[in-house]
Structures are given as C-alpha cells and as structure tokens.
Design a protein around this ligand. Structure first.
Ligand code: SF4
Length: 119
C-alpha cells in the first residue's frame, strides 16, 4: 500500500530532499501552490504518518518530532487548512494530528450549527 504522502504527489510536493532552505514563496497560484514551500521532505514521510501497530509512546514521540518540523514551516497555516477542508484522515498536517483535527472540525460544525439556529 502506498504511503499517504506518496499517493498525494499532486497535492504534496515537498522541496528537494537534502535542502535545508524552504522554497521561496510567492502568492498561492496553480504554478506556485502552497506546498512548494513545505518544510517537510518526502523522505520524512515516516515521521508524519503512523506505521501499523505503532505503540502509543512511539506515536507520541514521532508526532512531537513531526510537529517540530511543522513549527518552522512557512506554509503551516495553508497546510493545516488544506488538511481540515479535505479532510485528511491520517497523519500530521499543519502541526496537528488527525485526532486534533477531528476536534477542530467538530467545533467548527457546532459553531456553524449555532449560527444556523441563531440566524
Ligand atoms: S506544516 Fe508540516 S506537514 Fe504541512 S507542509 Fe509544513 S512541515 Fe509539511
């Protein structure tokens, strides 16, 4: 089975492996999509997605490591919103785990529902 990050090359094109400098970013366009500025690299996919049957302590440590990469990423907000809107069901995106994204999405749904009731 393909790793999610590998199967989403249309969406996710991390910068050149080995480079330590994020790609220069201009406005988000079809020719210059947000993910061209990603701080993560394709060879780091194992950091962002859980292997099967990963023990909890290992998962927490791996997710913290992935979040440290995200924390220095210039496209964190774009990545986070992409993962929320799609929604991406697995992995760390935009500094959030899948469980953290589910909490945000549930809050957004409740907020939207409250607005509909009030409106
Ligand atoms: S926020 Fe994290 S997962 Fe998203 S592009 Fe940046 S480093 Fe990669």
């Amino acid at each position: 089975m393909l790793h999610p990050i590998e199967s989403r090359q249309d969406v996710f094109r991390p910068r050149v492996a080995g480079s330590t400098v994020p790609a220069q970013r201009g406005p988000d366009t079809e020719d210059n999509p947000w993910h061209t500025g990603a701080a993560c690299r394709r060879d780091e996919a194992g950091l962002f997605f859980a292997p099967s049957k990963e023990p909890t302590a290992a998962r927490l440590a791996r997710e913290e490591q992935a979040k440290r990469v995200c924390a220095r990423c210039p496209v964190l907000l774009e990545c986070r919103e992409h993962a929320l809107v799609l929604p991406e069901p697995y992995g760390v995106w935009g500094g959030l785990t899948a469980a953290e994204r589910r909490v945000i999405l549930a809050r957004r749904r409740r907020h939207d529902q409250d607005l509909r009731i009030a409106g």
